[in-house]
Design a protein around this ligand. Structure first.
Ligand code: TRP
Ligand code: ZN
Length: 873
């Protein structure tokens, strides 16, 4: 049992820092098990009163503390598990400290640690305190000079900014000195030392400055950084064109590391990436990997302005940099790969991750008001819903005012740490309009339900729309306000053609209705005939929409809605209803046939993009269906979903077979959107055919795997074979392992694939794999590939009636918590939604959560999430 309940940090308790740091000189003597860190800080009082100096520091062995050159005696200061406190200090002074740390023993991958024999750092959010004494909060911005000395085996010595000096030391080691001219919070500090190959390039910025670009990777891997380099250059150009933002240093570096808790980190001038989000070639990376690399490289680069030059005042403002930067990377991807397809993928991800979070006990506002561990708030809500809010803002105020507001924000806040209020104020000023009610989107948790009812008056040629909104209660927020919800909509005639109408006397094809009260009525005029309503086009707000549309309207939309998002959405709605009906024991066989036929027609549309067709064929996920069913029954959902896929396999056998044969890549491989789209459609066709495992389909799957010339096709073949099961699958699986056993990123895929096995034996297989020699739970990529994928990506097997899946996950969480709390906590989410499941399952899930919270020595990270998941309110 925990002995004391940890105390939350609250937004309302924010106080400006008592002392500011103008400059910091760091001197690292790098030794894997005993690194010495000397720090010299120029501090000055920030306010009128003399206050004690309190610096953060954890797991530091203090060697010395001195003020203005005078070493302090032990009684002049106090050190506990979290702080160094000096009761009396001058108004301005130099503080010098020396500590010893043990990077080799740092398994939390937070602070300074070793990965693959190299030193590297991760300081966001609160890792810098594991390196030296410092006010570890984002509103203390300092200029950094970093000197490091290491054995020459640590070939590259890197830190933020510009290299000032480097050379040999008399004792045969070497050193480097870096200076970063831009003041920054300590969470953006980075250091890397080790043997690395480099891929070099350069770019001339909009003002004609040449910037050197370097990507550092494992020896022998620089070819695999070529795609990331290309993505980096495109990102840099795009930010100049779309936001007028130019890069500011003469050097931009990225380092790829294998052991990393998250995806990547935007340290000033020295981004550090999880190697899974950087390295790619056609043999080892899938198209999905390429896509993610492109967007994460862009994301971290875009942080240079939205995050680094302008940072957060405190961690409650996390969405200020993350939501905005996700919005920027999604806009970039839309420009690179096609707006409709990108939007559909973003919404699928939002629904799968954010909607479930928002409808469970871990729901929180995009700007939360309290936390125990900020690491737990790097959530889909802060990132993805944070981005949706920016998108709505742009829809509401228009592209021009949006750009004006962004310019004002960059202008006003450059070089500062600020708040979400200050950000929104820039748009209010640009627009000359109050945006207070819009701000509620940041403070209110939960996914609004929007409903639209129609009344058509044939005589008057009017369409009356009744819109309502409600937001269900979330923990700690029982009553909800109406939010300003932009609903983009248009009308179609019975053939799916655009039907023009008038709004406020103006003839239009499309309009944005802002629903900002619980209820609103709106009458559109000049509506020539009874229309099909195409509402919430482009998913103009992160809400759950219901309407009174009949299935026939959805078929019209699926065939022809000019808004491609809604064309896709109509198919999703139809499929969702059919699967929910079947899993409730009331299958609509006729409806299923009709649906399969309509999908067949959509597939034969020559004008449509293959990537879009692949998305049409991709049914709502089991996780998404579980959200729509009360209580959720994962086994029934799995069967219902497979039944509908089986219906497509049989009904569209010929069409799918033709697609699969016809789309084979003959020319040279290209990871671009067009090539990826063709492969996606071909693999999706195979995936569906594999539900109907007769000999011809089994042979097709095996042939696909055998002939694969790239990782996308190899995984597509393997995954189809897995659905069919049996000897051919086991053979391919063994063959794949032999072929790729020396490639960690590929072996991650091998583990993840098996974690998704649909058969009864899946949990047994996963348990067996935890004893595989290649399973290394200390590596987050490997751990998530197996454990995370099983719990979050295989609902039917995770929710086994025996509770064995839950027990497995809880055991893993408790074991990982012993050495890496941040990553352990991120595994907990699948247990969080226990109240939404069939009561017998929910009870078993709850029991595991209770076992977790009562575990001796549990970290704050896991404690916070497990106790919130159990809380009654
Ligand atoms: N700021 C990073 C990003 O979104 C996220 C991140 C990387 C992170 N590593 C982390 C957050 C460690 C918390 C802890 O780009
Ligand atoms: Zn980010």
């Amino acid at each position: 049992m925990r002995t004391e309940t940890p105390q939350p940090i609250r937004l309302s308790d924010y106080r400006p820092p008592a002392y500011l740091v103008d400059e910091i000189h760091l001197d690292f003597d790098l030794q894997p098990s005993a690194t010495r860190v000397k720090a010299r800080l120029s501090l000055r009082r920030n306010g009128d009163h003399a206050e004690p100096l309190v610096l953060n520091g954890e797991r530091l062995t203090s060697i010395s503390v001195a003020i203005d050159g005078r070493r302090l005696a032990e009684g002049d200061y106090a050190i506990d598990a979290e702080y160094l406190t000096i009761a009396e200090v001058p108004a301005a002074f130099i503080l010098e400290t020396e500590v010893e740390i043990d990077p080799a023993a740092n398994t939390s991958l937070d602070g300074l640690y070793m990965s693959g024999g190299r030193f590297c750092t991760q300081c966001e959010a609160e890792g810098f305190r594991k390196i030296t004494w410092f006010p570890d909060r984002p509103d203390v911005l300092a200029r950094y000079t970093v000197r490091m000395t290491a054995d020459k085996a640590f070939q590259r010595l890197l830190s933020n900014g510009n290299l000032m000096e480097s050379g040999q030391t008399p004792d045969g080691r070497h050193y480097a000195v870096w200076n970063d001219p831009f003041p920054k919070p300590c969470y953006l500090f980075a250091l890397v030392a080790g043997e690395l190959d480099v891929l070099e390039d350069s770019l001339v910025t909009m003002s004609g400055r040449k910037v050197d670009l370097r990507i550092y990777v494992d020896p022998g891997m620089s070819e695999r950084a070529v795609y990331a380099m290309d993505a980096l250059k495109r990102s840099m150009k795009w930010d100049e064109e779309a936001f007028g933002r130019e890069y500011d240093l003469d050097l931009f570096m990225i380092v790829a590391v294998r052991d990393f808790n998250f995806g990547a980190m935007e340290n000033k001038g020295l981004n550090i990436f999880n190697s899974s989000l950087l390295l790619a070639d056609q043999a080892t990376a899938t198209d999905f990997d390429y896509e993610r690399i492109e967007s994460v490289v862009a994301h971290e680069y875009f942080h240079n302005w939205t995050g680094d030059r302008i940072t957060c005042r405190d961690w409650f403002q996390l969405c200020l940099k993350e939501g905005l930067t996700v919005f920027r990377d999604q806009s970039f991807s839309a420009d690179m790969r096609g707006a409709a397809v990108q939007r559909i993928k973003d919404v699928k991800a939002l629904r799968a991750r954010q909607f479930s979070e928002d409808q469970g006990p871990l729901a929180h506002p995009v700007r939360p008001s309290s936390y125990l561990k900020i690491d737990n708030f790097y959530t889909a809500t802060i990132y993805e819903k944070g981005s949706e809010i920016i998108g709505m803002l742009k829809t509401l105020i228009g592209a021009e005012a949006f750009r004006k507001g962004m310019d004002l924000y960059f202008d006003r806040w450059d070089g500062h740490a600020t708040t979400v209020e200050a950000f929104i104020e820039c748009f209010a000023e640009a627009l000359g309009q109050d945006l207070t009610t819009f701000f509620d989107w940041y403070e209110q948790a939960g996914t609004p339900r929007v409903d639209i009812r129609r009344t058509y008056d044939d005589a008057a040629k009017t369409l009356k729309l009744e819109l309502t909104q409600t937001t269900p209660p979330t923990p700690g927020q029982l009553s909800k306000k109406p939010l300003p919800i932009p609903v983009r909509l248009g009308l179609l005639d019975g053939e799916g053609r655009t039907l023009a109408f008038e709004r406020d006397g103006q003839a239009v094809d499309e309009t944005v209705v802002v629903l900002d009260a619980a209820k609103a009525n709106l009458t559109l005029t000049g509506v020539d005939r009874e229309p099909v309503l195409s509402a919430l086009r482009g998913f103009s707000a992160p809400v759950v929409l219901t309407t009174d549309a009949a299935p026939k309207d959805r078929y019209v939309q699926l065939a022809a809605d000019p808004d491609l998002f809604n064309r896709w959405e109509a198919g999703q709605d139809l499929a969702r209803d059919l699967m929910l009906a079947r899993s409730a024991g009331t299958p609509d066989e006729v409806g299923e046939e009709r649906y399969a036929e309509a999908v067949g027609r959509a597939l034969s549309d020559q004008a449509a993009d293959p990537a879009f067709k692949a998305l049409l064929l991709s049914l709502p996920s089991e996780a998404e269906l579980a959200l729509a069913q009360q209580p959720a029954d994962p086994a029934a959902i799995h069967l219902a979903r497979n039944a509908l896929r089986g219906r497509l396999a049989v009904h569209l056998a010929e069409e799918l077979g033709r697609l699969h044969t016809g789309l084979q890549d003959l020319g040279e491989f290209s990871p671009d959107a067009a090539g990826a789209g063709r492969r996606a459609l071909r693999n999706m066709a195979l995936d569906i055919l594999a539900v109907d495992p007769h000999a011809e389909n089994a042979e097709r799957a095996y042939g696909h795997y055998e002939a694969a010339g790239n990782m996308t096709d190899a995984m597509g073949g393997l995954s189809a074979l897995m659905q069919i099961g049996g000897e051919p699958f086991e053979k391919a699986l063994a063959d794949f392992y032999e072929r790729w056993k020396s490639e960690p990123l590929v072996i991650d895929k091998w583990f993840a694939l098996q974690a998704r096995a649909p058969d009864e034996g899946a949990l047994g297989r996963v348990l067996g794999l935890t004893a595989h020699p290649a399973f290394d739970p200390k590596n987050p990529n490997r751990l998530r590939a197996l454990v995370g994928t099983f719990a979050a990506g295989n609902p039917a097997r995770f929710h086994d009636e025996s509770g064995a899946g839950y027990r497995f996950l809880a055991d893993q969480i408790l074991s990982v918590d012993g050495y890496n709390p941040m990553t352990a906590a991120r595994l907990l989410e699948p247990l969080g939604g226990w109240r939404r499941y069939r009561p017998d399952l929910g009870g078993l899930m709850r029991a595991e959560l209770e076992r977790i919270v009562s575990h001796e020595g549990l970290s704050k990270n896991v404690y916070e999430l497990a106790s919130r998941a159990l809380a009654q309110d």
